[in-house]
Design a protein around this ligand. Sequence first.
Ligand code: ADP
Ligand code: MG
Length: 348
Amino acid sequence: MSGESAVLISDITKRYTMPTPVWERVTKRSESGRSLAALDGIDLDVRRGETLALVGESGSGKSTLAKILVGSVAPSSGELRYDGEPMPVPRGKDLTRRIQMVFQDPYSSLNPRISVRSLLSELLLLHRIVPRRQVRTECVRLLNLVGLDDDALDAYPSQFSGGQRQRIAIARALAVRPDVLIADEPVSALDVSVQATILDLFTSLQEELGLTILFIAHNLAVVQHLSQRVAVMYLGRIVEVADTDEIFANPQHPYTQSLIASIPRMSGDSANEAAMLEGEPPSPIDIPSGCRFHPRCPVAVDACRSTDPELRAVSIGGAGEVHESACILADALPSAGTRIAVQHKEEQ
Ligand code: ADP
Ligand code: MG
C-alpha cells in the first residue's frame, strides 16, 4: 500500500555553525566555528491521510525537521515537495495555512494574556476562514471538536490545566483548516493521566477530518496505537521505516530493538534490561565514523566502524509495506526485539 504523497522530504540537511569557544579563539586553536549536523540527509514521504510517527531520543533532530516542514527554519540543502510541487521560499500564506504545528509545551506556546476567543477569532479573520458574523459559532465548533465546552471561549489559557491547554493549542492549529498537522511531542509535557486522552483526540481528529499527521515522540510506546507507520531517527538520520505493527513485530535496526526493549511491559515488569540502550547519544558535532550508532550498538561488527549504511528495503511487512533499515546486519539480526514485541502483545 503506498498512498499519495502529502509532503515529500528529499535529502534534507541542516547544519548549524557553533561559535568558537572563547578559550580557543584566545589560544588560536581554532579559526572558524565548528559545524553541527542536526539533520544529515533525511528522506521521508508523509502520505495523505496517514499518521506517521517520528521517533527518536532527544537531540536526534525531530524538532529541527518539524520546523523545516512548517517553514520556520530553512534547510541547509535538500528539497521539500507538497502535493508534488516544490515548496516555495518564502512559503506564502496558503501553504503556511495548510501545514500547522502543535508544540510540546502548552504552557509556553499559548500567550496567557490572550483569551481563547481572541486567539481563535484573529486566525479565522486573518485567513478569511468564515465571515465575521460566523466567527463566534466557528470558535465554539472548534472548541467542541477538541473536547472543550462553550464556556472555554471567554477564558484565558492560565485558567486551564495542561491537557486542556493542549486542546486549545490543537484548536488553534485546526482553526485555519490545515491539511497536515505536525505534532511535536504534544503529550511529553503532560501528566501521564491525561496523555491517553490527548492521544485519543489525535486518533479521532485523523478519522473525522482526514488529516495527515506527523506525530513526533521520543517514546515508541506512545505511538503504537496511534500511527499507521513509524520512522525511527538517530543522530540526524532516519534509521528505520515500516508499518507500525511490522516495526513492533520485526524491528530491523538494533536501535529500534533497544527502543522497543525499553518499553515497560503491561504486566508491570520492568523493561528488558539486557537489551536497553546505554549512555547518551553522541553529539552531532562529532558524529561517529561508519554507522553512527555503532558505539552503542550491542551487535556491531568491525565493518560497522567504517561503513556508513544507507536506508534500504529489507523486507515487505504484513501490510504490504516496504520495510527499510539502515543497518548492514538487517535481515540477519538477533531477534531480541521480535521476542519482546510478541510477549508485549500477548500480555495485552
Ligand atoms: P530533538 O527534537 O530530536 O530533541 P532537535 O531537532 O531539537 O532534536 O536538535 C537536534 C540537534 O540540533 C541537537 O544537537 C541540538 O542541540 C541542535 N540544534 C537545534 N537547534 C539548534 C540551533 N538553533 N543552533 C544550534 N544547534 C541547534
Ligand atoms: Mg524536540
